[in-house]
Design a protein around this ligand. Structure first.
Ligand SMILES: C[C@@](CO)(OP(=O)(O)O)[C@H](O)COP(=O)(O)OP(=O)(O)OC[C@H]1O[C@@H](n2ccc(N)nc2=O)[C@H](O)[C@@H]1O
Ligand SMILES: Nc1ncnc2c1ncn2[C@@H]1O[C@H](COP(=O)(O)OP(=O)(O)O)[C@@H](O)[C@H]1O
Length: 311
């Protein structure tokens, strides 16, 4: 009898930048109420899933040394939760190829977790809907539902109640990776501390920003980017001020700390401008490395699978 060996499934999932991140008060469950406009970027991690005897994780690429390969990896949690739900063993080998900076405020771990949910859904023919996968995603982290969704979206609650936002045109970004990362809970705690001391001012609502996205107007958008966590990230890593200033000097329309940081994202008028800003920032020595990216980009997607897994 012929036995069919399933082919591995390959999934790509995007980094995000928060174009608008308004942080409300601390809730009794330890999370802060958020209103955030996410944009998914062309900077992606790749996750390959192979049938195997038992669950193992391999990591290579950007920051691989800082990524756990055991139950501390969000991908491990994603695979064991989904296997439990499906009533089977998580018998897979998962190879993560990282391009998204680790602990960078760009939701790389969330992207990998979203990719794993989508990949296993295909490999195991579970046929879970996007809504079912999104509910599982939220159990793994606040940013995981957006990594599945992609494009541009407004998130409320913990950031998981997502509505698509109309975004015309392609926006051009330069992404400056910092030396070292920042822990998301530390940055939220630092914001609470700063607020307890009476500073800093809160950003307003996202209405005008969403209009600029609908118009596809990068110049207008540049003036409207806002992140309540930026003051906290700058307080923990003051050297980021220099990075942000250098981006503007290099010709970016605006610069912002991405989420809880410390990655900085610079909005540029054109792709040529982004390449120039990136080259100039590299010369200024204000960050560890640089990437050029565009947004919006699609959410997690299967790029290769066995024929019945339908990429
Ligand atoms: C800040 C944001 C903005 O998009 O992203 P990052 O900068 O981390 O990528 C997210 O809210 C992060 O999402 P994620 O990284 O998935 O965080 P989670 O694992 O859910 O939460 C980690 C911890 O961050 C704090 N946290 C997170 C989300 C939230 N709305 N309020 C919080 O206070 C809590 O202390 C929580 O225990
Ligand atoms: N697949 C993964 N990729 C990156 N980091 C991971 C992963 N799984 C768990 N982690 C842990 O989660 C922490 C936050 O990682 P990451 O998602 O990259 O950053 P952020 O929450 O700032 O967007 C890291 O310090 C790392 O120890």
């Amino acid at each position: 009898m012929l036995s069919v060996v399933p082919r591995p499934v390959t999934v790509r999932a995007p980094a995000k930048v928060n174009l608008h991140l308004a942080v409300g008060d601390l809730r009794p469950d330890g999370y802060h109420e958020l209103t955030t406009v996410f944009q998914a970027l062309s900077l992606t991690d790749q996750v390959e899933i192979f049938p195997a005897k038992e669950l193992t994780i391999r990591v290579r690429g950007e920051g691989a040394r800082d990524v756990p390969t055991d139950r501390g990896n969000l991908v491990w949690k994603a695979a064991t939760r989904l296997a439990h739900l499906a009533g089977r063993e998580p018998a897979v080998e998962i190879a993560i190829d990282k391009s998204i900076p680790v602990a960078g405020g760009m939701a790389g771990g969330s992207a990998d977790a979203a990719a794993t949910l989508l990949g296993l859904n295909a490999l195991w023919h579970l046929e879970l809907s996007r809504t079912e996968l999104a509910a599982l995603a939220l159990e793994l982290g606040s940013d995981v539902p957006f990594a599945l969704h992609g494009a541009t979206a407004i998130g409320t609650g913990r950031g998981e109640k997502l509505l698509p936002v109309l975004s015309r045109n392609t926006f051009h970004w330069v992404i400056a990776f910092a030396k070292g990362g920042l822990s998301t809970p530390d940055v939220f705690r630092e914001l609470d501390r700063l607020r307890g001391a009476g500073q800093p001012p809160r950003i307003g609502d996202a209405e005008k920003l969403m209009q600029s996205l609908a118009a596809g107007d990068a110049r207008q958008l540049a003036g409207l980017l806002g992140n309540d966590l930026q003051a906290a990230a700058l307080s923990l890593k003051p050297e980021l001020r220099r990075t942000l200033r250098a981006g503007i000097t290099a010709g970016a329309l605006a610069g912002i700390v991405s989420g809880s940081g410390p990655t900085c994202a610079f909005l540029c008028e054109t792709s040529d401008a982004a390449i120039e800003v990136s080259a100039e920032l590299a010369g200024a020595g204000v960050c560890r490395s640089l990437r050029v990216a565009t947004g919006p980009a699609p959410g997690a997607r299967v790029v290769d699978a066995d024929a019945s897994g339908k990429p």
